[in-house]
Write a protein that binds this ligand. Structure first.
Ligand code: UDP
Ligand code: MG
Length: 317
């Protein structure tokens, strides 16, 4: 099978038939052997009935129905588990992504050898203030922390080599950072393709302003996890040791000055608690111990969970 199309959706009844029609046209005109996997992420409208109808008349359509709205990341993850095509392409269900891009995305994976190709909505048809400007900032931060040169991390239209989707786990709200997950799993050949974007034709956006708060928090998490997730002690241990050293040095200075005053200059020394160094040593030693403990606990947590997925096997003979 050439292509698995993975389409997560939440209440998109108005777009589904048109989308299916368009995708089928593109696929048959290029003679692709393909499957379309719709993942109904807890829709409350007619979406699932439409998917049932599509599966009954088109054998390349498959459907998964979530029991509730678990989120786009989970929907993608479920689709990735099921996908069988040599190339897996994800797409939003709201007709904002154009199926006409499928053949060139497929070619970039198969011929040009990319592991992942991400769409770039260079000319974007969404609200400027609510989406375009915040997303510029967001993409800049994602580029800086991940070192991946993409302009549009969160584009729904992406193509993957099958191995990539089988070796990543899209948890939480991490669908915005799939390129980072792929890079962490060892698939660093990541490309970008400018894609045509359209304004939403039917229905409304399913993500509000909270996407930016959550998006930035997730970015910090993924940065931390990819850098120190497997070795928390290297960060906390270092910080803790530095803090503790500063505190120890401050305490030593206080003691030294006290003795110097008492025995060398033979004069009454100021109280230890009057010195600013006293407070510095107090706080830094306490903080240092706590950081160190955080590192230890992080290591214990890592040891206690089953870490089977800490590596990716590319080939086996
Ligand atoms: N979606 C989903 N689960 C959710 C939210 C959204 O499966 O909890 C789907 C939605 O139906 C659409 C895609 O994810 O197919 C992108 O959502 P949307 O178009 O609302 O996002 P936007 O284009 O506004 O960024
Ligand atoms: Mg959309």
């Amino acid at each position: 099978m050439h292509i698995s199309l993975v389409i997560p959706l939440l209440n998109e009844e108005a777009s589904l038939l048109e989308l299916h029609q368009w995708v089928s046209e593109v696929m048959t005109s290029h003679n692709f052997v393909y499957e379309i996997i719709f993942i109904d992420d807890g829709s409350t409208d007619n979406s699932w009935r439409l998917i049932e109808h599509l599966t009954s008349k088109d054998s390349s359509v498959k459907g998964l129905k979530f029991a509730a709205n678990f989120g786009k990341s989970q929907a993608l993850n479920a689709g990735f588990k099921k996908a069988q095509g040599e190339v897996v392409i994800t797409m939003d269900a709201d007709l904002q992504d154009s199926p006409n891009e499928i053949p060139s995305l497929y070619k970039m994976i198969v011929t040009d050898g990319y592991d992942l190709v991400s769409g770039w909505k260079k000319k974007r048809y969404d609200s400027k203030i609510r989406k375009n400007i915040p997303s510029k900032l967001f993409n800049w931060a994602a580029r800086k922390t991940s070192g991946i040169a993409l302009n549009d991390f969160n584009c729904g239209l992406k193509a993957y080599r099958l191995k990539v989707v089988k070796n990543i786990n899209v948890r939480g709200e991490m669908h915005r950072y799939i390129p980072v997950l792929a890079k962490n799993a060892g698939f660093a050949n990541i490309g970008e393709k400018i894609v045509k974007h359209q304004a939403r034709k039917y229905g409304v956006t399913k993500f509000g302003m909270e996407r930016f708060v959550n998006g930035f928090l997730d970015l910090i998490t993924i940065w931390f996890v990819s850098k120190f997730g497997k070795r928390p002690m290297h960060l906390f241990g270092l910080l803790g040791t530095c803090m503790f050293a500063i505190g120890f040095f401050a305490a030593f200075t206080i003691g030294f000055l006290k003795l110097l005053n008492l025995y060398y200059y033979q004069r009454p020394a100021p109280l230890v608690a009057d010195s600013p160094l006293f407070y510095i040593s107090l706080t830094t030693m306490i903080l240092g111990t706590q950081l160190f403990l955080a590192g230890f606990i992080g290591e214990l947590v890592l040891r206690s969970k089953n870490n089977s997925a800490n590596y990716t096997i590319l080939e086996e003979l």
